[in-house]
Write a protein that binds this ligand. Structure first.
Ligand code: FAD
Length: 318
């Protein structure tokens, strides 16, 4: 079922959902299931599965030299979506990227999703590789998320690449895109980023999931500005509980987001990462309660591997 239909069916009740990351190549899927199992009691209507682009790995050649190889360390997003959907009878949302994929490969991914009965996809640009200063699209790939949305919409109207097919079989994907309450790190201004978001919606995006934020005012202001700009689709807040002290530097550095002073001071006073995890849970509960009271359509949590903290948060709310 489409995310937008889940939201309509909930009739104003806030839904619970979360995002998982595929295991690293060589690990099995059981650890992922062990993290999903406890969260199923909160009846998520959908679970997102992220996609990672290719990266460099260094292999010891045994002669004192390292060989640099390029590989995907966390493959299998669509397979994992199918496995989770089958095991838990829940909708799954594969993240589909521009970066590292040709349009042809993207089409294969989408065709697989259609065969597997996956109704939703999250269309994202992806980030630059670690050695690159700026994002560089694959020569035969999509440059921006808006181009990827257009490709998915083409498939929804039965238009495949190369036009070699008489396509009677149209897909019917519900398309999610990313939104940034504190603007995307490369964007010159919030206004310009909103303009880009509006283009994604005009190209066919059905809903937005936000980047993490720690001050709800940022989300409320973003939604108000989006509505003023004419963006009417659901805007789902993405919540990440802080889990380790290093997040104080890492999250602002990677995502260019601000952390509220009260949160920084409390985390700085923590003696152990166990204490930090507890503070992260309390902060996320307080954030979620306010968002619930404001009637957000879904509370969507970034689980980043371990789900015990998401379980504690959901227990306090759902
Ligand atoms: P876009 O919408 O393409 O925007 C990228 C930048 O380009 C923005 O600054 C925008 O303002 C600008 N821009 C857009 N269109 C144009 C244009 N026509 N001309 C000029 N500038 C333009 N990353 C992963 O690798 N895997 C994941 O699974 C993943 N999941 C995510 C889930 C969520 C909810 C979010 C918020 C992010 C996720 N990301 C993921 C990170 C995402 O890939 C990065 O934030 C990336 O840098 C931007 O992606 P986007 O889809 O927002 O890009």
């Amino acid at each position: 079922m489409k995310i937008t239909d889940h939201i309509k069916k909930a009739n104003g009740k806030t839904l619970f959902s979360f995002e998982v990351i595929p295991p690293k190549k060589g690990n099995n899927i059981e650890e992922l299931y062990a993290n999903i199992d406890p969260l199923m009691e909160f009846k998520p209507p959908f679970i997102d599965v992220t996609t990672s682009r290719e990266e460099f790995v260094y292999i010891d050649k045994g002669n004192g030299l390292l060989a640099r190889k390029i590989t995907r360390m966390r493959p299998g997003t669509v397979g994992i979506c199918a496995a989770i959907k089958h095991k838990y009878d829940v909708d799954t949302v594969p993240h589909v990227l521009c970066g590292g994929f040709t349009k042809e490969e993207t089409e294969y991914v989408l065709v697989d999703c259609q065969y597997l009965g996956i109704d939703n996809v999250m269309a994202l640009r992806g980030d630059a590789m670690s050695h690159q200063k700026y994002f560089e699209p694959n020569k035969e790939g999509n440059q921006y998320a808006v181009d990827l949305v257009a490709q998915i919409q083409d498939l929804n109207s039965g238009k495949y690449l190369h036009e070699v097919l008489e396509a009677s079989n149209k897909s019917n994907f519900c398309i999610g895109v990313a939104g940034y309450p504190e603007k995307h790190l490369e964007s010159p201004s919030l206004q310009s980023d909103l303009k880009r978001l509006k283009e994604k919606v005009a190209a066919g995006a059905d809903y937005v999931v936000t980047q993490m934020f720690f001050d709800n005012q940022k989300y409320f202001q973003f939604v108000a500005a989006a509505r003023k700009a004419g963006i009417q689709v659901p805007i789902i807040p993405g919540i990440k509980p802080i889990a380790v002290k290093r997040h104080l530097q890492l999250l602002p550095q990677v995502f260019k987001i601000d952390l509220p002073e009260a949160l920084i001071t409390t985390i700085e006073s923590c003696k152990t990462n166990k204490d930090v995890r507890a503070v992260g849970i309390e902060w996320a509960i307080a954030q979620s309660k306010e968002l619930l009271a404001a009637g957000v359509p879904v509370l969507h949590y970034y689980s980043m591997g371990k789900s015990d903290n998401i379980h504690s948060i959901a227990s306090a709310l759902f």
